[in-house]
Design a protein around this ligand. Structure first.
Ligand code: PSV
Ligand code: MN
Ligand code: MN
Length: 384
């Protein structure tokens, strides 16, 4: 195996979300776990454990206002002391009563102004924390035909996005996230990659699309979307998770590692395996413990990436050029069917890590310490 694959794997960066560390559940029940963080500082401490044992998760996404603090520069300093940094700032314009009929697409200009002010505040937080990425997901949409004007809502969305775009500084960008449905059930205002892409295209290079793997209709070929967006320079990153039915937010690669491999193959083949494309997790751990849930997820992404990097490009191109359908497919399957766990264990050893991050974390005693010392952990904010 080429040295190149090992180097590229060691350089991978996977961002974990602050909300994965808090208590979460479904709308039926939140099962509280021992030792969960009580504030953003403790969430960062837990995220630092994921990085400590995997070596590839050095940044943490924040969600505002779930992670509201008085002094964001201080929070960023705290992150730095723990060996991690602040990643994407996720805006939240869906939890206030004001947003019942939408945020930036609300028919009421007062509510739109309030939502925009929050988005701009998130850019201030980027300035204070050194974050380069604003992530925008809107719950906006309608439940009933005729409830509001679909085109007018697009106009309002475009206006808000343009104002945010104007505010972005040097080295900052926003990622626009789409979602098929929920909480709006009739017409979501950003329901698919095409809508997100069209808005981003109008604005310029600092506006890109983020692909949340849980936000598509069953059977959607996500790797096609990835290939297309990359080709257009509009793939900003991923919110990785796994789904069976809707927006399940389960551990990435747990149900369909083959899909994750196909996605990562398109990333690699399309030249997207760079710092320009953010590999972020957007998950919650309702049943399993949080920190090990994140460690396992990071490892799942690493395994899919390793397999994608192993695809024999020359053999694939030759089979494709010769119209050899079966051979082309076999080249991909060979890579997918390779057991990459020994390779990843070896790489960890090489960089001074334990080859088995799950076992090393279990041995560290961290879980016992936080379980004993933290009382009254916070809810993640989402999934309650
Ligand atoms: C809601 O669907 C959601 O899961 C989106 O994927 C966002 O990225 C996330 O919440 C955090 O706001
Ligand atoms: Mn998401
Ligand atoms: Mn989601």
């Amino acid at each position: 195996m080429s040295m190149d694959i090992r180097t590229r794997l060691s350089a991978q960066r996977i961002e974990t979300p602050s909300w994965a560390y808090g208590n979460s559940g479904t709308r039926f029940k939140v099962f509280a776990q021992p030792g969960v963080p009580r504030d953003p500082y403790e969430k960062l401490a837990d995220a630092a454990q994921v990085h400590r044992f995997t070596g590839v998760a050095p940044s943490v996404a924040l969600h505002i206002p779930w992670d509201r603090v008085g002094d964001y520069a201080d929070l960023a300093r705290h992150a730095g002391e723990l060996g991690v940094s602040i990643g994407a700032i996720n805006a939240n314009v869906f939890q206030d009563d004001d947003y019942k009929l939408g945020s930036v697409t609300n028919p009421d200009p007062r509510v739109r102004a309030k939502a925009l002010a929050h988005l701009l505040e998130c850019v201030d937080i980027m300035d204070a924390t050194g974050s380069g990425t604003l992530k925008l997901w809107f719950a906006d949409g309608t439940n009933y035909p005729g409830q509001d004007d679909i085109r007018a809502r697009q106009d309002r969305l475009a206006e808000a996005l343009a104002s945010v775009y104007q505010r972005l500084g040097e080295g900052q960008r926003f990622l626009l996230e789409y979602k098929l449905f929920e909480p709006a059930f009739y017409a979501t205002d950003v329901p698919d990659w095409g809508t997100a892409y069209a808005h981003c295209l109008r604005l310029g290079p600092k506006a890109q699309v983020v692909v949340d793997t849980g936000h598509h209709a069953p059977g959607t070929n996500i790797e096609f979307i990835v290939a297309f967006l990359l080709r257009e320079g509009k793939l900003g990153g991923f919110d990785f998770n796994s789904r069976f039915y809707a927006d399940d937010d389960l551990m990435v690669g747990s149900a369909d590692p083959f899909q994750l491999f196909r996605i990562m193959y398109e990333v690699v083949a399309g030249g997207g395996y760079t710092d320009e494309v953010a590999f972020m997790l957007d998950q919650c751990h309702n049943l399993e413990p949080k920190i090990t849930g994140q460690i396992r997820s990071v490892m799942n992404v690493q395994e899919a990436t390793a397999k994608a990097l192993l695809v024999d490009g020359a053999a694939l191109r030759s089979a494709q050029a010769g119209g050899d359908v079966l051979q082309a497919n076999a080249v991909l399957m060979d890579a997918f069917n390779t057991d990459v766990r020994p390779l990843l264990a070896d790489l960890r050893r090489e960089s001074g890590l334990d080859p088995d991050p799950m076992a090393a974390y279990a041995r560290s005693g961290y879980f016992e310490t936080i379980s004993a010392t933290r009382v009254g952990g916070a809810q993640a904010g989402w999934g309650a």
